[in-house]
Design a protein around this ligand. Structure first.
Ligand code: TYD
Ligand code: MG
Length: 480
């Protein structure tokens, strides 16, 4: 006989307790626990004798064809890229993001693209009526697409519909609006979100349907509902934007079938989301005369090379504790870099205000950004513009050594494609012979130590940007 076991779940963070308490220990929220009833298996069912007679399969005996998961392309290249090269049948994805960022727009476009490529697609909306979805579709020029639309919130109804129409791809917009009659809590609560996600994921695995769940992230960063789904699904992607900008980033934070941190770039306009195939052009300030403090970083986001501009402003401070502000990069990383520049290169930055900004609103996590940030800082400190055709990348160690960066070839090739002529980067692996260089039109200057960069900024670019004036140099160096 089935046994009922009760537990209490915090609707704010998802923590589970055996007894009710007024305040959740995990997130500090008051009065957020709700009772959840789980039906346990009959006593003894898990015993050795009660279990089904299963069989373990020999890994080596499995069909070799299964080593690469087959994928379904949606025709939206940026979306396919973010998913790791298309959608895997039987997988479940979570697309999270702030309300209004464009999740519904993106998924309607993806659904239409996949339908045009021959897939059977059903788009279930719990937030909008059919008329609203079709209005949006006609605005996006997709009214002819062969997508099945449903406006429903009852999980039982949705599953019944899906079992009848047997689609290849299902979009659920959003998971927070669904409710299952197996749970008593209100829609949008952790209990409901988890119960509905579980059912839909089981449906995906049993029928080889790709299920895409949309999840809202609330403004204060609390993602109670979607957070509990993150570990259940195969891939988690976040759709992000900078408040004042029109471009949108679709970033994979988890992917069981592909690389995490993969990035898709879109631009929101009157006709919906446009794919941005060459995002480097978005993040570089084109055509401007070089200003002191600007350095171009050849970065890697996921598997894709992207060039972005670091901008620094270093000026003598009147405060006892100089100001440090950083946008788009890790502030602890900046502190570390400033300390290394002080300790290993004697720049005396401790008495300067330092501001660092990544142009275009991108957030850089690639460790190889150190050298570009240092180049921007030195350029501002020496008031020396860097040549606009130079790239920088490399990770700086506390010792002041510059460590080789991953995928140096891809970085250089991206730079070459965009007309860059020189790069300052650490030496690559030993087999980096000139004739085998991947980007022969880029002159690679080696930076083994951070001091090499400082000297490079002091000397070499000055010859190219303006005629060298040794007296001004002497003055600036003694001031620094
Ligand atoms: P939406 O997809 O509804 O966001 P979400 O589902 O993430 O809540 O997008 C809404 C925003 O997108 C809204 O502010 C208007 C904007 N938008 C455009 O700028 N152009 C368009 O063609 C569409 C359809 C929406
Ligand atoms: Mg929406």
């Amino acid at each position: 006989m089935a046994r009922q076991s009760n537990s209490f779940v915090c609707q704010s963070c998802g923590a589970t307790y055996p007894k009710w308490t007024g305040r959740c220990d995990a997130c500090g929220e008051w009065n957020s626990l709700e009772e959840e009833t789980a039906t346990a298996a009959p006593a003894g069912a898990h015993g050795v004798d009660g279990g089904a007679n299963g069989r373990a399969l020999e890994l080596s005996g499995l069909d070799a064809a299964t080593d690469e998961a087959p994928r379904r392309l949606t025709g939206n290249k940026e979306f396919d890229r973010a998913c790791g090269g298309g959608l895997v049948p039987g997988s479940a994805l979570l697309i999270g993001g702030d309300p209004g960022v464009g999740k519904s727009t993106l998924l309607l476009q993806v659904a239409a693209g996949a339908a045009n490529a021959g897939a059977r697609v059903v788009y279930v909306s719990g937030e909008e009526a059919i008329a609203q979805i079709s209005m949006r579709a006609s605005r996006l020029g997709l009214s002819k697409a062969n997508v099945g639309l449903a406006a429903a919130t009852s999980l039982r109804d949705i599953l019944a519909t899906l079992k009848k129409s047997r689609p290849d791809i299902v979009v659920i917009d959003s998971i927070q609006t669904l409710w299952s009659d197996t749970a008593t809590a209100a829609p949008g609560t952790v209990t409901q979100v988890r119960a509905c996600a579980q059912e839909l994921i089981r449906f995906a695995k049993n029928t080889s349907t790709t299920v895409i769940l949309v999840g809202h992230v609330t403004k204060d960063g609390q993602i109670a509902g979607p957070r509990v789904v993150e570990h259940m699904v195969d891939a988690v992607l976040y759709f992000e934007s900078e408040a004042t900008r029109s471009f949108r980033l679709l970033r994979a934070v988890k992917n069981r079938f592909g690389p995490a941190h993969e990035l898709g770039v879109f631009e929101m306009g009157g006709g919906g989301l446009r794919e941005v195939a060459n995002p480097s052009s978005l993040f570089l300030s084109a055509g401007e005369t070089p200003a002191p403090g600007a350095a171009v970083f050849a970065g890697i986001e996921g598997t894709r090379p992207i060039l972005v501009e670091f901008q620094a402003l270093v000026s003598p401070s009147s405060l006892a504790t100089p100001r440090r502000a950083v946008v788009g990069w890790d502030s602890a990383r900046l502190s570390m870099l400033l300390a290394v520049l002080d300790a290993r290169c004697g720049l005396g930055l401790g008495k300067h205000d330092v501001f660092l900004n990544v142009a275009g609103g991108l957030r850089i996590v690639d460790p190889a950004a150190d050298l570009a940030a240092a180049a921007a800082l030195c350029s501002s400190l020496f008031d020396a513009p860097l040549p606009s055709n130079a790239l920088f990348f490399g990770e700086v160690a506390l010792s002041g050594a510059v460590r080789p960066a991953a995928q140096a070839d891809a970085r250089l090739q991206e730079g070459e494609k965009l007309g860059f002529k020189r790069a300052l980067a650490p030496a690559g692996p030993a087999d980096d012979e000139p004739q085998r260089r991947p980007a022969p039109r880029i002159r690679l200057d080696e930076a083994r130590r951070l001091a090499d960069l400082v000297n490079w900024v002091r000397r070499i670019p000055r010859n190219e940007v303006e005629p060298r004036d040794d007296r001004r140099y002497a003055r600036r160096e003694s001031a620094a």
